[in-house]
Design a protein around this ligand. Structure first.
Ligand code: CA
Length: 365
């Protein structure tokens, strides 16, 4: 940490000297203009395999934006899960300062901060548009920064998958009975809700899903949506694809930055980092929205059977969600405080979207 910081200071000092001497020279030669600028090098570790579609493209896009917008003054290099640190250690690596940045999902840090999942997905909660609105115009970002501050980590929105799918099932789900004892890979708060209605939630990393489903270690799994699920070949391991993702209605990802490294940047580079996260955040949602429809069409062509979850299942899941959230609020003061802000915003935006987006979706049919 000390070493990388002192290198940053050297780089900043050298940049300052170069700038000053440039000002004093009356005739700046072409060679001097073209001379390479001193570059600050950042490592960005992710929770995804290198170049993984969708989720993994986000950090690559961010790095490209920063490298180009800064004219090479800030060079961000992306490392996939396991290249420098395992996916589940991204937060600690950024907090400790061995790397400057990370890209992951806030719900991974639930063990450290029970309130963290509010910043990725709440079952039956806000969709991507609503989450972004709460974060950037409803006070959510301030609460997120407060939550991560004791760890010396600054969060930024890092893209969204949009509304996910409910998942892949080997057998049809015709009633709540079919959930009893069902072994399903479903992480986070969604997993706790699933347990409340009689299911057996299992935690597996993405890379383990296909084999676990194919060999019957699990009976069902959720992953992301058609674009990512097709890439994993999940349709080869289960026939029934249920919609929609009640458990992850608009899962948000995160960029996390080491506070000391961020503060050591000149203000223009700080702004470039911030703006590049905002642009990447939107870009990921755009890509999913563009690629999911065709991927779903392909899945159906390959023989996938699309199904909606029965009403009694959804009703039970809603009741269980309220129970799980009540427990989380009682167990953790941060969860209680942050959820109060989330829910106040959600109720207002939900009422508005009922007469705008929702009604329009129905009217355009
Ligand atoms: Ca998911």
């Amino acid at each position: 940490m000390k070493k990388s910081l002192s290198l940053l200071f050297v780089a900043a000092a050298m940049f300052a000297i170069t700038s000053c001497s440039g000002k004093n020279e009356e005739n700046t030669s072409i060679a001097a203009v073209k001379a390479p600028v001193e570059s600050i090098k950042w490592k960005l570790v992710t929770a995804w395999p290198k170049n993984f579609p969708g989720l993994g493209k986000g950090p690559e896009t961010f790095a490209e934006y920063v490298n180009e917008m800064s004219g090479g003054r800030l060079e961000v290099r992306v490392y996939g899960a396991g290249e420098l640190v395992p996916g589940f250690e991204v937060f600690d690596a950024v907090s400790g300062g061995s790397v400057e940045m990370g890209h992951a999902g806030a719900y991974y840090w639930k063990g450290k901060m029970p309130a963290a999942p509010i910043f990725s997905a709440i079952p039956f909660g806000m969709n991507a548009t609503e989450m972004n609105a709460w974060l950037h115009y409803g006070g959510g970002m301030e609460l997120w920064r407060e939550l991560y501050a004791p760890y010396g980590v600054i969060p930024f929105a890092g893209g969204s998958s949009g509304t996910q799918m409910a998942g892949w099932f080997k057998k049809e789900i015709n009633s709540l009975e079919d959930f009893q004892g069902l072994k399903m890979r479903i992480p986070g708060l969604g997993g706790e809700v699933f347990k409340e209605v009689g299911g057996l939630p299992i935690t597996l990393t993405g890379g383990e899903l296909f084999t676990a489903l194919q060999t019957g270690v699990i009976d069902a799994t959720e992953w992301v949506g058609p674009y990512n699920d097709l890439a994993f070949g999940l349709h080869k391991a289960a026939t029934y694809y249920y919609h929609s993702g009640w458990h992850e209605p608009g899962t948000l990802l995160e960029f996390i930055v080491n506070k000391a490294a961020f503060e050591a940047l000149p203000t223009d580079l700080q702004k470039i980092v911030e703006v590049a996260t905002r642009a990447t955040n939107q870009d990921m949602l755009d890509e999913y929205t563009a690629r999911n429809p065709n991927a779903l069409k392909q899945l159906v062509e390959y023989g996938t059977e699309l199904r909606a979850l029965p009403k009694d299942v959804l009703d039970a899941l809603k009741v269980a969600t309220a129970k799980v959230i009540k427990q989380e609020r009682a167990n953790d003061a941060d969860f209680d405080r942050i959820y109060a802000s989330y829910d106040a915003f959600f109720q207002e935006v939900k009422a508005y979207h009922k007469v705008s987006e929702q009604e329009y979706y129905e009217n355009r049919e």
